[in-house]
Structures are given as structure tokens and as C-alpha cells.
Design a binder for this molecule. Sequence first.
Ligand SMILES: Nc1ncnc2c1ncn2[C@@H]1O[C@H](COP(=O)(O)OP(=O)(O)O)[C@@H](O)[C@H]1O
Ligand SMILES: [Mg+2]
Length: 351
Amino acid sequence: MEKLRVGIILGGMSSEREVSLNSGRNVHDNLDPEFFQGVPLFMDASGGIWEIPWQLVSQNTTVDIAERLTAEARRIPYEDLKGRIDFAFISLHGKYGDDGCIQGLLELLGIPYTGPGVLASALGMDKHIQQKILAAAGIGVPASMAVHDGEWRRAPEAVTERLLQNFALPFFIKPAREGSSVGVGKVAAADEIAGALEEAFRWDRVALAEEFLTGIEFSAIILERDGEIAPLDLTEIHPQSEFYTYDDKYMPGRCRKFTPPKNIPPEAADRIKQEARRAFEALGFRSYGRIDGFYLPDGRILITDPNSSSGMAPSSFFFEQAAAAGMLPAMIIAVLIENARAIHREKKGPL
Ligand SMILES: Nc1ncnc2c1ncn2[C@@H]1O[C@H](COP(=O)(O)OP(=O)(O)O)[C@@H](O)[C@H]1O
Ligand SMILES: [Mg+2]
């Protein structure tokens, strides 16, 4: 039997390129060699794709890899990708990676890929638009307000006043489209608004202000298997910092996680899984997704951060929850590839 040539796309152009490197490395290491031939593909900072030898995959940072590309890797023009791989495992995160851009390119090239298509990927990235869709589906979301950078530049006093009228302190400000807590800030006093907005506008032209949620933060992975959509066991998150920051997410020992949850009652955990599944379906996600939110002290469930893709490092929620369900990493990777191939066989036009 011919092995499926699986291009693992890692690196990329977003603030999450190091996270992507960890995900891609783990995918690469867990591809079952009996069925798959892994082809590591590094996306550089300007979107160029390079086929890299596996030794380069084990480099520490994307900068280390980028320095060695010219000498050790081979640049692959987009239109030649189809000749090199049969399938794309998208291990990119963030802008241009899980927001519909690379998905659109792969559609044009006719290469099947992991995860959902262009629209659902774009929705998964956009916290402002996804909240409207979730609310329309009757799913709980935090009270929020979008601020455009243009109106902030034109009328900062009016924007500040509007925010203070609508939100009690503290509240959150974040870029509408980012990930890994990049650009997210907690505003504890009125004089912190300007700094928080400026930080959010470094990453996007739209910032989102959100009411501050208390309670227990959770992460729910939804996985399709054999055409059935099923939630894995929930993870409860207790960050070490004031909120779940980049360092809490990726530095070892910075955050306590419980799978299954320790302080969320089983009845509520079941409701959370159902809500997460409804959010997954409302946004058109496919194959798997990570739906994050808060379980509030009054028992309400609010969805704050649905992701059409998720980190895939060994310590990620995805692998942790799959392990709790008895799934080995190689099994998960195989399921995701199988899902994607089935989804692409059935599609009519772009996914
Ligand atoms: N409205 C909020 N109330 C309380 N904490 C929040 C709120 N929004 C974000 N946070 C905290 O900030 C973290 C990152 O925000 P999130 O919206 O999940 O963005 P990202 O896509 O970068 O993960 C969350 O995991 C949570 O700890
Ligand atoms: Mg999040």
C-alpha cells in the first residue's frame, strides 16, 4: 500500500508561530509510519513554504529554523505543493494559519486538509463575529462591545466614556482576532483603558471589551469520530496569574488543570459539554475544536473562546483529554486525518 504523504505545515506568520512549532513537532513524531509519510513544511515569516529535513523540526525556535533554511531546506512554490504531498496537516495557529487563509490556498490547490473550511476557520478566529452567531443560537456569551481603532483615534474621550458606562471595573480588552492571550488585558482602573486598547490595536483594527467573568474557566474538546460528534472529558483551569496568560499556557508548571474537572459538579459538566457541542455546530466547525468558557458562580455557562483548531503539544488540552479517554497520540492524529479525508470526499465546492 502506498503511504499517504502528509505535509505537516508549521511555523507561520502569526504571533503563535512558536506554539505551532511545538504542535507540528508532536504531530510529526506521532504519525504512524505504517500508513503515513510525514513531510515537514515550514512556513516562513513571509508565507513562503519550505520542505525541511526532520532534523530541523527538532530545533528550538522558528528563528533557529529560519536561519538554516537556505542551506538545508528546499523552497516549494505553492503550485508545486500538490506534487509533494497528498494531504495537509495544518499545525499553524493564529493569523494566516487557522483563520481561513491557508485553508483557501489549499482549496485552490485541491489538497485536503485538517480542520474546517474557510468560513468556519475565519469565524473561529474572530471573537466579535462569533459572539453574534453564538448569541443568535441561544448560547451564552459575555456582554461585550467592539471598538474600532479609527473611532478610538478620532474620539478617545467618547470611547472611554462609553466603555465606563457599559462595564463595571475591572473588565477585559482584547484584540478581536488573536490567540494565546496575546494582546489580552484586564482593565482595573479608568486610566488603564488607553494602554489596553493600544495593546489590542497592535494586533487588530478591532478591539473587544468584555465584562469580567468570575467562576471557573474550562476547556472542552469536541471530536468527531466515525461521523459522530462527541465531547471529550472537560478540563478545569486554574491559572497562576491573574488570568490565563501566554506564560501560564506554555511554561511548565504555571497552571493547574483538572481533567475531569474537580470543582465543577458532574451535572454542570454535562451541560457545559452540550453547550460546547452546540457552539461547535453553530460555528460550522469540523473534525475537532476547542471550546473555552466560564462556569459562573450562579450556574450559568458562558462561551468565551471557541477555537476551530487547538494546540497539539503533548501537554495540550487536546492530548490530555484524549489521554483521559484512552486515546494514544498516534490514534488521535490518525482520527484527524481520517476525518478530514472523509469530509473532503463529501464536500461540494470548497469546504
Ligand atoms: N471576559 C473575561 N473575563 C475573565 N477572564 C477573561 C475574559 N476574557 C479573557 N479572559 C482571560 O484571558 C484569557 C485569554 O483570553 P481569550 O479570550 O481566551 O483569548 P485567546 O484567544 O488569546 O485565548 C482567558 O483564558 C481568560 O483567562
Ligand atoms: Mg483562550
